[in-house]
Ligand binder design. Sequence first.
Ligand SMILES: Cc1ncc(COP(=O)(O)O)c(C=O)c1O
Length: 498
Amino acid sequence: MQPDPKPLLPEEGLDPQDWSAMRSLGHRMVDDIFDYWQSIRDRPVWQPTPATVKAKLELPLPLEPQAPELVYQDFRENILPYPMGNIHPRFWGWVIGTGTPLGALAEFLGAALNPNMGGGDHVGNYVEAQVIEWIKQMLAYPASASGLLVSGASEANLNGLTVARDSLAGFDVRSKGVQSSPKRMVLYGSSEVHSCIERAADILGLGCEALHLIPINQNYEMDLRALKEAIAADRRAGFQPFCVVGTAGTVNTGAIDDLQALADLCQGEQLWFHVDGAIGSVLALSPDQRDRVRGMQRADSLALDLHKWMYIPYEAGCSLVANREAHRRAFAEHPDYLARARGGLAGGTNWFSDYGVQLSRGFRALKVWMSFKEHGIHKYGRMVDQNIAQAQYLVRLIEQSPQLELLAPAPINIVCFRYKATGLDVAELNKLNQDLLVNLHESGLAAPTYTTLNGMYALRVANVNQRSRREDFDLLVEAVLRLGRELEKEFEPSSGVR
Ligand SMILES: Cc1ncc(COP(=O)(O)O)c(C=O)c1O
């Protein structure tokens, strides 16, 4: 006997119970954020998240509803005051962009429509297709190339290197796996190549050791003679070289490998030429700078970031691959439930899930599309020039100050330097500059970050900030000198630290 059916419950949904209250809350959020943006200069760049807030962020899973107004209040009190700080004009840490107001509003619009950008015939996929066309045009990359918006350059590099591996393995890697390779596949990058390339080698099953690091010259660019020798030696040793990664703008110093020469070399050696253009590909937007990245357009695959030096809100990167069919072959899968229809919602040709690891994808194309239209590409080119000019202004301030030392050439927008107290050895200077940076961050005045070059700890300014002005660099230098002098006292012999 069938049990009695359960009584039908009233149905629920997740839309607001009170639309007009939610609408006013939305308006309030927009107003609050505009106030926040407009007063950003008056705020500390960064401040620590207080213990009380951290404790609140360990509270257990909410089981019962809270009013949206209260949830927002919680955001205002506990989250809004303690962000990373990268929208501030004096944030120059790692290589982190600032975003823009329209970019942020576009994120809201994209999330409101909430399409899944993996495939199907809907306007979002046409927007992404147009954005990809625009990116190719702005970089002068071949028009026939395929492209995909991704989370960032780490994923874009992985995407391009997957196509490289599959195209040059000489057998069907997707079916057989890398373990079927008769020879160990190896790839090359300079010793300054970004760590995500090594991670890609790992994820692709090649192993981190498959990435052979080539020494650099005094400008931190890959030594081409050493590269040629390494390829020849590896071939003799029974390896299978398949790819060279050139970097357009290294993370440490902004060095740009000789991309034209690398393209020639790869052509001669029949290797895949991949360019990591996370930072520097956008130099192509500036008539004054574009010669520096000539040769990038000959790359078989190119990874770039839009959330760095294009100021698009996180996350936005892009992978371009010259051979569209090779790109598709590396990722496409067509189970029954993803078959293409001759029309309707499952029709169309822009199925971006054929070109990367994500099936479900967000509408990141919208913020790029709206931002490019808002500013026009010429303005972005001028912004790139401006950031470089500001970095060069900082270089001059450093050179004019006997207590500061430039630690590497600064060809574009990245400047590495340190406070130099007389009479301290390298270890002491490293300690002093580490402490100085912590104090600088905690002062809330500015946020560069750090790297280590030839054993020397460097304060590192990576300027992809659309809000910085020259006076911000004056303030930075003043603060570094002041904090350096204070710390130097602690290193006096009498203090016992030395
Ligand atoms: C040269 C270079 N490549 C790749 C990356 C990784 O980019 P993302 O953080 O967007 O994944 C970075 C990040 O700074 C970078 O500087």
